[in-house]
Design a binder for this molecule. Structure first.
Ligand code: GTP
Ligand code: MG
Length: 439
């Protein structure tokens, strides 16, 4: 589901990036493309219309902040509006707590209980689970089996039909454990006795959190379910499961975001590790192909912070070998260049593949070659002629071919950066990092 929605949204932004002017017609077209992508993902029509309205209005009425191009401005608005559509993320605390799981039959409660146990275990907390499902045959065995894979104790009393007493005993047994997760029974529909039971379990356990598990395939119906459970036990977090298997995930996500309970996690597969923390910014960034901008900003700042590296050199017309040298040093710290650029919201611009085809070993060789250049050669690579190539090669213990190869790589890089600048309008990396970092 997410792949399809993501590519729909990305295509819309790519189209925008390719436009020569960003006028009303361009914004209208962008909004139409966004609408199509969102509606296909089952997002509620009213929500889509609301989002369209705000994007149009803001794109046309709001002045771009000083120094920001219209393109970046519109992109930023789209990003912000999509994040707003996802609502607030619910809190996850990493401390002692009791979590009560709720949800209809087959929604994924038991699987998610084990996934959560794994999540908290990974955070260094001691976890235990209690099986309070007295409805499904084999419920205890199912949970026990999952928990044995991760060495988490699982309390249950197969045969006992009173969920309340099981939970009471289970909590007593695991009184010293930091995180206790209670798996409960599910029914086909919201029956009264299911609701009565969950209320009783909530009262008895004094649960710190009441998390509702919802199948993404429900689409927009997720809203009613979230509301009903919220009325009963004040759900303070929703987990949407099976996001890997349905085209309706966008509907479930946006429908829940309309309720008072935020989304805490997303289930994206059948194995115990297929659980992702839900965070609207990161989620939308990834959908739009922006990668994790925050992580990039932090990494870039680290690099800029402890080295005298002018990141802008990468993107300025004037890009010398010295800039490339510095950049290689920076990139060594930031990670592969391709990955770094992949994190930037370039709207999926095409950057020539060979600009990245440089292994770290090769970079190291290039550095040695550049170390044998004069300052003038580094600043003005155009002065490097045949005889200089031989001198540089000799000094670096390299073959002249290697020097030529380096110069060729430098030219490819320079062209790629110029291209980026052309396609992205006035593109200033530091400024942009700052801007997106602040969103
Ligand atoms: N693909 C996929 N399957 C999932 C996910 N979460 C759960 N499932 C599957 O959904 C089915 C039902 O999951 P359970 O955890 O047993 O659901 P439940 O809510 O405990 O069901 P009851 O105990 O009957 O109420 C199982 O086959 C799980 O493997 C998910 O995120 N992705
Ligand atoms: Mg179950």
């Amino acid at each position: 589901m997410l792949d399809r929605l993501g590519s729909g949204l990305k295509d819309a932004l790519k189209k925008l990036a390719g436009k020569t002017v960003i006028d009303k017609a361009a914004v209208d077209e962008l909004v139409r493309d966004l609408q199509r992508a969102l509606l296909q993902a089952d997002v509620n029509v009213k929500l889509v219309m609301g989002l369209s309205q705000s994007i149009k209005q803001r794109a046309l009425d709001e002045e771009p902040p000083k120094g920001m191009g219209v393109r970046e401005h519109v992109l930023r608005i789209v990003y912000q509006e999509l994040v707003a559509l996802m609502g607030n993320a619910a809190e996850v605390q990493l401390g002692p707590q009791t979590i009560l799981m709720a949800g209809l039959q087959g929604s994924g409660k038991t699987t998610t209980t084990a996934k959560l146990a794994r999540f908290f275990q990974r955070k260094g907390l001691r976890v235990a689970v209690v099986c309070a499902d007295v409805f499904r045959p084999g419920a205890y065995d199912q949970l026990l089996h999952l928990c044995s894979q991760i060495n988490v104790p699982c309390y249950g009393e197969p045969g006992n039909e009173d969920a309340v007493s099981i939970v009471k005993n289970g909590l007593a047994k695991h009184a010293g454990t930091e995180v206790v997760i209670i798996d409960t029974q599910g029914r086909h529909a919201l029956e009264d006795d299911l609701i009565d039971e969950i209320i009783a379990l909530n009262t008895l356990s004094k649960a710190t959190h009441r998390w509702l598990v919802i199948d993404a395939a429900l689409g927009q119906q997720a809203r009613d379910q979230a509301r009903r459970f919220h009325e009963a036990i004040q759900i303070d977090g929703v987990i949407i499961t099976k996001m890997d298997g349905t085209a309706k995930g966008g509907g479930a996500l946006s429908a829940v975001s309309e309720t008072q309970s935020g989304i805490v996690f997303i289930g994206s597969g059948e194995t115990i590790d297929d659980l992702e923390r839900f965070e609207p910014n990161g989620f939308i960034s990834r959908l739009l192909g922006m990668g994790d901008l925050k992580a990039l900003v932090e990494r870039a700042e680290e690099v800029i912070g402890d080295q005298d590296v002018d990141v802008n050199a990468m993107l300025r017309g004037k890009f010398s070998l010295r800039d490339m040298y510095k950049q290689m040093e920076a990139v060594k710290k930031m990670g592969p260049l391709k990955q770094v650029l992949g994190m930037l919201p370039l709207g999926g611009m095409d950057i020539p593949q060979d600009a990245f085809d440089v292994t770290s070993q090769k970079m190291e060789r290039y550095r040695v070659v550049m170390d044998s250049m004069t300052p003038d050669e580094l600043d003005n690579p155009s002065v490097i002629s045949g005889s200089r190539i031989h001198r540089i090669a000799l000094g670096a213990g390299a073959a002249p071919e290697e020097v030529r190869e380096l110069l060729k790589y430098y030219k490819t890089m320079q062209r790629a950066l110029k291209g980026m600048r052309g396609a992205g309008g006035k593109f200033n990396m530091q400024r942009m990092l700052k801007k997106f970092g602040g969103m």
